[in-house]
Design a protein around this ligand. Structure first.
Ligand SMILES: [Zn+2]
Length: 557
C-alpha cells in the first residue's frame, strides 16, 4: 500500500437496530504480529464462500461465510479470527456445531476429521463492524461500504484464518442497494440481478452481485466495496499473458470505479494504468488475476493493493491531485505482495520494497531515466533522513504491524533491489525476477526464497549482500582521498557511518577525471577503510566520483 495519514470521519448514520440475541464480544486489538510458528496448525483454508447483505445508509450488515478447510492433521480445531460481530449459528458439513468465541478467536472443533479430509464450516453472523468493513458516508456525504483489511483487520467482517500465508479462492455474493455498484476481487461471475426478497441483510430494493476470484489470495487482500460508483474503462492489457482471464480474447480489462463527482478528476491518475499492466507483464511475468479495477474507496491508506481490485483513498482522488505514482506502486503490487506474498509480516519488504522499486521503474521507461533517478533520489533522501534505519529491514522484534510501514520496508527495500540490479546487471537481475515470479506465483515466501533464486540465476553467493542490507541496520557513508605517486593512484575509501552500523561490502564504479576525460574503474570496498591501487590513469586525476550512476545507497548529499 501507499502510506497515508489516517483520516477520521464522524459517523453520521443514526437509528441502527441491533438484534438483541447477537453476542457482542469486545473487539480485539488488530495490527499486532502473531507469534512465530505455524498460525493455524492442522488446517489449510482452500475456499471462502462469502455472502454479505448491505443496506442503504445502514451500519448493520449480515453475513454468511462458508469456509472449505483441508484438514492436514487429524482432529484439529479451526481457529478463526473473528471479532466484534454477533454469531447466529455455526455448522460443520451441514450440522449445527458447538463453538467457542473468546478474545476474537472463533474455535470450531473438527474432531471427527482425518488428515486429507475436507470440512465445510458455515458461520452466520451480523452486527455493526468495528473495523474492516467501513460503512460510512463518503467524502461527498453519500453512503458507502468498503473493506479495508491491512494487515489483519479482515477478522472484523469475515471469519477467516487472518494470516497472509493462508491463501484461498473466494466467491462473493453481495446483496447491495440498487443505487450502488458492487466490486470485489476476481471476475464478475454473472450480471447483477434483483436480490431475492429473503436475501440476508437490511431490507430495501437491492441487487445481487457475484464476484469470484479463481486463484488463491491472502485474507488481507479479500475485499468488497459498494457505493454509487461510475465505471470507466482504461483499456485491455496483458493480452495472451493473463492465464486467469475469463475473457475470450485472453486480456484483462483495466477500469476505474469512482464517485460520480470525481470522474474527471480521476482520469489523469488512471490514464496510463493499462500501460503499467503491460509494462509489468513484460518485465516480470503474466498478469496474475482476472481483471484490474482501480476503486475510489474508504481505505485509510493512500492506496491499498487488494488483488485485482485496488482501493485508493477517496480524499486523494477527490482532491484532484495526480496519483500516478501511487497507481504504479499499487499495480506493481499485483505481482509483488498479491501474487507472491510475504509468508511473515516481518518480510514486508518483499511486498513494499518491490512495489516501491518496480512502481518507480515504470517511469524509467515511460518518462525517461531522469524521472526514475529523481524518484530514486527522493527514496534515498527518505532513508538518510529516517530514524527507522537504526533497525534492520527484517525486524522481528517490532510487534506493531503498522510500525512496519516504515522507511526500511519502503524506500530502503526498494534500494536493496536497485543495488542488486546494479551489481548483477540488468540481464541477470530481470531474469532472476522472472524466475522468482514464475516459481512462487500464488504462494507465500520469505527473503531466503528470493535470495535462493537470485543466487541460482546469477551464479553468485549473495549471503553477504542480503545479510548486510536486510538483517543489519543502516547504510554506508563514504569519504575518499587519493594519493598520486607519479604513475599510480591510491584511492582510500573510508566508511564514516555510525559505529553501531556495520561496515559494508560494496562493489561500485569509480569515475576519474583525467585531463578532461573520464575513466571508470570497478572497485570493491569492505571494512571501515579500503585502499585500492588504480593503474593506468596516465596522469593525476582532477576529480574522483564514487558511484557516478547512483547504484549504491549511501549517506551524504
Ligand atoms: Zn505498497
Amino acid at each position: 500500500m501507499k502510506r497515508a495519514k489516517l483520516y477520521s470521519l464522524p459517523l453520521l448514520f443514526a437509528g441502527v437496530a441491533l438484534p438483541l440475541s447477537a453476542q457482542e464480544p469486545a473487539p480485539i486489538e488488530a495490527g499486532v504480529a502473531p507469534p512465530s510458528g505455524e498460525y493455524a496448525p492442522g488446517v489449510d483454508v482452500v475456499h471462502y464462500e462469502v455472502e454479505v447483505g448491505l443496506g442503504y445508509g445502514v451500519l448493520w450488515f449480515e453475513g454468511i461465510t462458508e469456509i472449505q478447510v483441508a484438514v492436514t492433521e487429524a482432529g484439529p480445531t479451526l481457529p478463526l479470527d473473528f471479532s466484534g460481530l454477533g454469531i447466529n449459528s455455526v455448522s460443520v458439513d451441514g450440522r449445527e456445531s458447538d463453538f467457542d468465541h473468546t478474545d476474537g478467536i472463533l474455535s470450531v472443533s473438527l474432531g471427527g476429521f482425518d488428515a486429507g479430509d475436507t470440512a465445510t464450516v458455515r458461520i452466520h453472523y451480523e452486527g455493526v463492524p468495528d473495523d474492516g468493513l467501513i460503512i460510512r458516508e463518503n467524502v461527498h456525504g453519500e453512503p458507502s461500504a468498503f473493506v479495508d483489511n491491512w494487515p489483519n483487520r479482515t477478522r472484523f467482517w469475515l471469519p477467516s484464518v487472518d494470516h497472509p500465508a493462508d491463501k484461498a479462492t473466494v466467491r462473493y455474493t453481495i446483496h447491495a442497494p440498487a443505487e450502488w455498484k458492487a466490486i470485489a476481487n476476481g471476475h464478475l461471475a454473472s450480471e447483477p440481478t434483483p436480490s431475492p426478497v429473503d436475501a440476508i441483510g437490511p431490507e430495501g430494493e437491492r441487487l445481487t452481485w457475484i464476484w469470484e476470484v479463481g486463484v488463491p489470495i491472502s485474507p488481507y487482500n479479500m475485499v468488497i466495496g459498494a457505493a454509487d460508483l461510475e465505471v470507466r474503462t482504461v483499456g485491455l492489457a496483458a493480452c495472451g499473458q493473463a492465464p486467469a482471464s475469463r475473457r475470450d480474447d485472453g486480456c484483462v480489462e483495466v477500469t476505474y470505479w469512482v464517485y460520480p463527482q470525481d470522474v474527471e478528476k480521476a482520469e489523469p491518475s488512471f490514464r496510463r494504468a493499462a500501460e503499467m499492466v503491460d509494462y509489468f507483464t513484460e518485465i516480470v511475468g503474466p498478469f496474475p488475476f482476472e481483471k484490474l479495477a482501480n476503486v475510489q474507496s474508504a481505505t485509510r491508506f493512500g492506496g491499498m493493493e487488494n488483488a485485482s481490485a485496488i482501493f485508493y483513498s477517496e480524499r486523494g482522488i477527490a482532491s484532484g491531485r495526480n496519483m500516478e505514482g501511487t497507481v504504479s506502486h499499487e499495480i506493481a503490487h499485483q505481482w509483488f505482495g498479491d501474487a507472491i506474498t510475504e509468508a511473515s509480516w516481518h518480510h514486508l519488504w518483499l511486498s513494499e520494497g518491490f512495489a516501491t522499486y518496480f512502481g518507480a521503474q515504470f517511469f524509467e521507461v515511460a518518462d525517461g531515466i531522469d524521472d526514475f533517478r529523481r524518484r530514486m533520489e527522493e527514496s534515498r533522501l527518505r532513508v538518510v533522513g529516517s530514524d527507522d534505519v537504526n533497525r534492520p529491514i527484517y525486524d522481528p522484534e517490532e510487534r506493531d504491524l503498522f510500525e512496519l510501514l516504515n522507511d526500511n520496508n519502503y524506500p530502503k527495500g526498494g534500494w536493496v533491489l536497485h543495488m542488486l540490479r546494479g551489481m548483477v546487471g540488468d540481464d541477470v537481475f530481470f531474469e532472476g525476477i522472472r524466475a522468482y515470479y514464475a516459481r512462487h506465483l500464488h504462494s507465500s515466501v520469505l527473503t531466503e526464497d528470493f535470495q535462493a533464486v537470485m543466487e541460482e540465476v546469477s551464479g553468485q553467493q549473495l549471503d553477504w549482500f542480503f545479510q548486510q542490507w536486510i538483517y543489519e541496520p543502516g547504510y554506508p557513508t563514504f569519504e575518499h582521498s587519493l594519493t598520486w605517486t607519479g604513475d599510480t593512484a591510491e584511492l582510500t575509501v573510508r566508511q564514516l557511518q555510525s559505529a553501531s552500523w556495520p561496515a559494508f561490502r560494496v562493489p561500485m564504479e569509480v569515475e576519474f577525471v583525467v585531463d578532461g576525460e573520464t575513466i571508470r574503474r570497478q572497485i570493491e570496498v569492505e571494512g571501515r577503510e579500503t585502499t585500492v591501487r588504480i593503474e593506468g590513469l596516465g596522469a593525476e586525476p582532477d576529480a574522483v566520483v564514487l558511484d557516478p550512476d547512483h547504484w549504491v545507497l549511501k549517506g551524504g548529499r
